[in-house]
Design a binder for this molecule. Structure first.
Ligand SMILES: [Zn+2]
Ligand SMILES: [Zn+2]
Length: 462
């Protein structure tokens, strides 16, 4: 999100080159349908164009013998065939590791966390990849929730629900974590961020949901074994120090070490810590496709949110973008299911903004960017979150859209929970699976923006 935001300049250029293909995908992380293959088809079509203009007969300025025309035609056919094969088998884009950025990132982190160890972090990333893949394949991200932010969790869960509503599920076989390596790291006044290049391979297919496990596996076995790379970005509250082990992988609280309840509960019963907020340990906060990642782009702007920061010094772009992501995916789900109750608890006012039902598939986010919004003296702070995304609508070719979410929050509220969106902001009650407008434990209203950034309006801007 914030990461893709920094790639916002590179993105339009890349999209022009790529013919703006979707960000869609079924594999966890959403990358398996993302492809740069259009490069090869565009070069072959320009080849055929030059043939047409020189050998097109009639007013042609060059006379060619028949054998040359036939030979040339044969060559064009060959180019088309080769380019089709190449397009199909084009390897996924790779993430370039820049040693300067890598060392600068590690040094910046070690400056305030001397025990940070890049090799140990790579091991940890591999273990988390495995946990995320296993949860995805079971169709329930609950067991991975302590390790991922609410924004990432809602994205996965919504994607699984969309597949299900289309009568599909994603099956992945022969998958393997190939490696993980730190590509960049950064710190701002609120958060430490580590960007990890991850490499994996898998055969994956979307299959009808009613297939038996054996039939589904057989279908996936027929898919090519495809390597892939992505950038997984982890966040942790600045000021925390690295320790050995990953408590959340062992169902333990990263704050006090107590045993956590199984499943998707992320609140420690013992110390009340919110396990996946980034306040206590690293959490997976974003997954970026290689085509969009740029390790050398500039860091986050501290100028952002100045008007909000005047009375809430802890507000951060990262929390807004995670919140924006949760709300975006709830909005997608509301359109796809025709049930806006999924969205209402995240709105400033239940029932607003209006949501039109839409048949959406292969929904994927390209970037998510928090921006300042003009101040209005009505007791609320406002920010914009810009979302660049793509989807198939009614099964048509993927289209690209830009939407601006206006989020509002009471000017009395402060950011105190790290990255957290789904559970009650008042009592901490577990509400991840709830559509209720009031907390079922303490009765606090979840709409209204009293505690949390809430959706006021959505505007399509592109
Ligand atoms: Zn605890
Ligand atoms: Zn509550």
């Amino acid at each position: 999100m914030w990461l893709a935001r920094r790639c916002a300049l590179a993105l339009p250029i890349a999209l022009l080159l790529l013919g703006w293909i979707g960000f869609a995908g079924a594999r966890p992380g959403g990358g398996s349908h993302y492809s740069g293959g259009s490069h090869s088809s565009s070069s072959s079509s320009s080849g055929s164009h030059s043939f047409g203009s020189s050998g097109g007969g009639g007013g042609g300025s060059v006379d060619l013998p028949p054998w040359a025309v036939v030979g040339f035609l044969g060559l064009v056919v060959l180019i088309f065939v080769l380019s089709a094969v190449f397009k199909k088998r084009a390897p996924r884009a790779a993430v370039a590791v820049d040693a300067v950025a890598q060392h600068a990132g590690i040094a910046a982190l070690q400056g305030h966390d001397p025990t940070f160890d890049a090799a140990k972090f790579a091991e940890r990333t591999r273990a988390i990849m495995t946990r995320v893949n296993e949860a995805w394949l079971k169709g329930d991200m609950g067991p991975a929730r302590p390790l991922i932010t609410d924004g990432v969790y809602v994205r996965f869960q919504t994607y699984l629900a969309l597949l299900k509503s289309a009568g599909l599920r994603n099956v992945m076989v022969d998958w393997r974590v190939v490696g993980a390596e730190l590509v960049a790291a950064e710190s701002d006044q609120s958060w430490d961020t580590v960007h990890m290049k991850i490499a994996g391979e898998a055969r994956d297919r979307d299959v009808p949901a009613n297939l038996s496990a054996e039939e589904a596996q057989a279908k996936a076995k027929g898919a090519p074994l495809e390597p892939y790379e992505e950038v997984w970005s982890f966040l942790r509250r600045r000021g925390k120090h690295s320790r050995d082990g990953v408590p959340a992988l062992e169902e333990k609280c990263p704050a006090c070490g107590a045993q956590l309840p199984a499943s998707e509960v992320v609140r420690c019963d013992h110390c009340r810590a919110l396990v996946n907020s980034g306040e206590h340990d690293w959490v997976l906060a974003e997954i970026t496709q290689p085509e969009e990642f740029d390790a050398n782009s500039e860091g986050g702007s501290q100028q952002l949110l100045e008007s909000v920061r005047a009375h809430d010094p802890t507000v951060s772009r990262q929390e807004l973008e995670d919140r924006g992501s949760v709300i975006f995916w709830k909005w997608i789900e509301a359109q796809a299911t025709g049930e806006r109750k999924r969205l209402d608890r995240f709105c400033l006012q239940a029932g607003r903004p209006a949501v039109e039902p839409a048949r959406l598939s292969e929904v994927a986010v390209g970037s998510c960017e928090a921006e300042d919004a003009p101040a209005i003296a009505d007791g609320f702070d406002r920010v914009f979150v810009q979302l660049r995304w793509s989807a198939r609508v009614d099964g048509a070719a993927p289209v690209n859209m830009l939407h601006r979410l206006t989020l509002a929050r009471s000017s009395q509220a402060v950011s105190k929970r790290g990255l957290a969106s789904l559970d009650c902001p008042n009592c901490g009650g577990s509400l991840a699976a709830s559509d209720d407008l009031k907390c079922r434990y303490c009765g606090e209203a979840l709409t209204g923006g009293k505690h949390e950034w809430s959706l006021e309006s959505i505007l399509q801007t592109g």
